[in-house]
Design a protein around this ligand. Structure first.
Ligand SMILES: [Zn+2]
Length: 369
């Protein structure tokens, strides 16, 4: 199948989610075999979806079957210390052949051999070796300020301190963890993030769905699945998950408050983008009863909510609204923008002014009750 030949899927991912033995799963699964609702849908739209990292395509040889093909390496990190010592350390135990820059790099792109579906067993054809060496020199002399660089010096390390050369190695690392603890919704989320970085929103959707099957309130997975679906044009489903992310944000502990605010802000911006106008946007936002069933008010949800002023091109203008959904976690922010004041009658009220410009580019369109 074309989709599979182009991108590749690890049979272990399917095995872990479906609890089927690996022997029951084809060695090169097709996207139609992806578990869950959305992986299959996203797989059909992959070529049209935005990329986190621009294409960085190079030829690689699979040492398992000797097939040579071009793959998108994504962001390539070059380990300067290893590069400096390349060829000077003499052969390492068990390694043969001339020194190669492949020993000095890590790549974020997710790819598997188009012929045999193996992963991680690559060697470089001569021209790729030369090309990567030239790029590594270019990276050393450019300052890469646009943040979209394809080559950079440094080491990619996971939060648990482990380092992996290929995205498929990161995948194996997480799948090994999940084989031990399949009910770990956080690790499923981390696996999803690594697929996203690797340019594989189809697999990411599968991992996020699994994360949510285990914990329907997993805030990061709700946000990321919602975002992927919106980017794939599945707006109704995307909005559903983004709304859920807003509802559950205040109880999520595994994220710094600043990062959480940015994620909520992004969710709000996606929802505004989907909606035709400000009325629809405000109607779509989760209401107090949904977010705080049976809880007492802490003042953030009071009377001023509908006077918010939002500039769609200025993400910081969404901060007061984002902080409403953070609940008490907003107190951890060093730069809170939401000012909750207590009025004379002792009733808390919500004070920020909020404004919004419409999509035609008109600025400062203000919505009043
Ligand atoms: Zn191969």
């Amino acid at each position: 199948m074309v989709i599979n030949k182009k991108y590749g899927i690890n049979p272990r991912l399917i095995s872990l989610i479906t609890a089927k033995d690996l022997s029951e799963i084809p060695g090169s699964p097709t996207s139609s075999m992806l578990p869950g609702l959305y992986g299959k849908i996203i797989a059909r739209k992959m070529d049209k979806m935005p990329r986190e990292v621009p294409k960085n395509v190079h030829s690689l040889i699979c040492t398992r079957c000797n097939h040579i093909s071009k793959y998108n390496l994504g962001l390539v990190a070059i380990d300067y210390d290893k590069l400096k010592n390349m060829g000077q350390d003499g052969p390492v135990d068990g390694e043969t052949g001339p020194p190669s820059i492949i020993d000095c790099i890590q790549a974020t792109g997710y790819f598997r051999c188009r012929k045999c579906n193996a992963a991680g067993c690559w060697k470089l054809p001569g021209k790729t070796e030369l090309s990567l060496c030239l790029h590594s020199i270019a990276a050393a002399i450019s300052d890469n300020e646009d943040g979209k660089e394809l080559f950079s010096y440094g080491v990619l390390q996971l939060a648990d301190g482990t380092r992996h050369r290929w995205a498929t190695d990161v995948e194996e690392h997480y799948l090994n963890k999940l084989a031990e603890q399949p009910e770990d919704s956080f690790t499923w989320n981390r696996l999803g993030n690594s697929y996203l970085r690797g340019g594989r929103p189809d697999l990411a959707a599968v991992a996020f769905e699994q994360s949510l099957k285990i914990d329907p309130a997993q805030f990061e997975s709700l946000y990321s699945l919602g975002k992927i679906l919106c980017e794939a044009g599945e707006l109704e489903a995307g909005a559903k998950y983004l709304r859920q992310a807003l509802i559950h944000a205040r109880r999520y502990e595994r994220m710094k408050a600043e990062e959480m605010r940015d994620m909520i802000t992004s969710a709000l911006m996606f929802l505004l983008e989907i909606c035709n106008d400000i009325e629809e946007f405000l109607n779509v936002l989760p209401k107090e009863q949904e977010v705080l069933p049976g809880e007492t008010l802490d003042g953030s949800w009071a009377t001023g909510f509908m006077d918010l002023t939002i500039y769609p091109d200025d993400y910081k203008s969404f901060y007061p609204l984002a902080e409403v959904y953070m609940g008490k976690r907003r107190n951890e922010l060093a730069d809170k923008t939401l000012c909750i004041s207590t009025s004379e009658g002792g009733q808390p009220s919500f004070s920020p002014e909020v404004r919004r410009e419409d999509k035609s580019g008109k600025r400062n369109k203000k919505r009043k009750k």
